[in-house]
Ligand binder design. Structure first.
Ligand SMILES: [Zn+2]
Length: 87
């Protein structure tokens, strides 16, 4: 079972890991090179965790699993993250 949501749905679990607002972070896809704001990406939530996919080529950018008291973060689909510095 898999539920497709928008990128803002991933904000909750990413906020538990990263100290900045991840839905505003821009990620460049390693598959097609297109840059998207994470809040605009397709998010799939299922039993094993959360998968954030590129809407252009469907590459899995970020996978997050929470298990055994740890977060498992697979970001191999991200070439670059652009994080705006707080002024
Ligand atoms: Zn892509």
């Amino acid at each position: 079972m898999e539920n497709k949501l928008d990128g803002n749905a991933a904000g909750g679990i990413l906020q538990e890991i990263f100290p900045f607002e991840m839905t505003l972070v821009q990620s460049t896809c390693s598959g097609c090179g297109v840059t998207h704001v994470i809040g605009e990406l397709a998010v799939y939530v299922h039993g094993m965790g959360t998968v954030i996919r590129c809407p252009s080529c469907d590459t899995a950018l970020i996978r997050v699993v929470q298990a055994k008291g740890r977060y498992w973060l697979d970001m191999r689909g991200v070439r670059v993250l652009q994080i705006r510095k707080e002024e």
